[in-house]
Unconditional design. Sequence first.
Length: 220
Amino acid sequence: MADIKILYEDGEALVIDKPSGMAVDRPRKGGICLEDHLDRLKMGFQRRPVAVHRLDTDTSGCLLLARNPKALARFNKSFEDRLVGKTYLAILAGRPPGTQGTIELALSKISSAEEGWRMIPAKKGKAAVSHWEMIDELGPHSLIRFRPETGRTHQLRVHALSGLGAALLGDPVYGAGNAPGANRTMLHAESLTVTRPGKTPIEARAPLPLDFLALGAKDG
């Protein structure tokens, strides 16, 4: 069973460093998922913690869990009210047009029997906004920091392809799939901040995983 690092904890919240390859919800086809670890993550509390949001199976990094139903309701409202700050680091299979900017591309879900489902830019889709900045050049690739304002499904993956002109390295849906040094979609939930009225904010940062470091990304 994979070791899960705790990045933040108090009486109502946990932030874990979710490993790449671990699904948050039980996959239909089976495989490891967060549920397999929830009993261990009780850490002396009576209830199992509950994931407040989702990260793709491939995505590593900061994941917020609530320790009780009242905290879960408050955190859900914080996400709805956009009181949650998040940054992601991504390795782009190419170079972006410039060094920073904002991508505003509404997204909609499509599906077909041949290719399954995916998200696409669509004028009548749900609003999606991502701020980005170039951090470093990694050979033919680029290390990008995203600050999403919204939390749409696959938002950063589609915004990378359609907004920056290159997919995330290793992305099997919006890019070319596995590449040398990238056996997964190279996306990492770097930091998470949750504002709480009358309490200190929840603040967590997940260190870069080994596959990012192996491709030349520098932590910090």
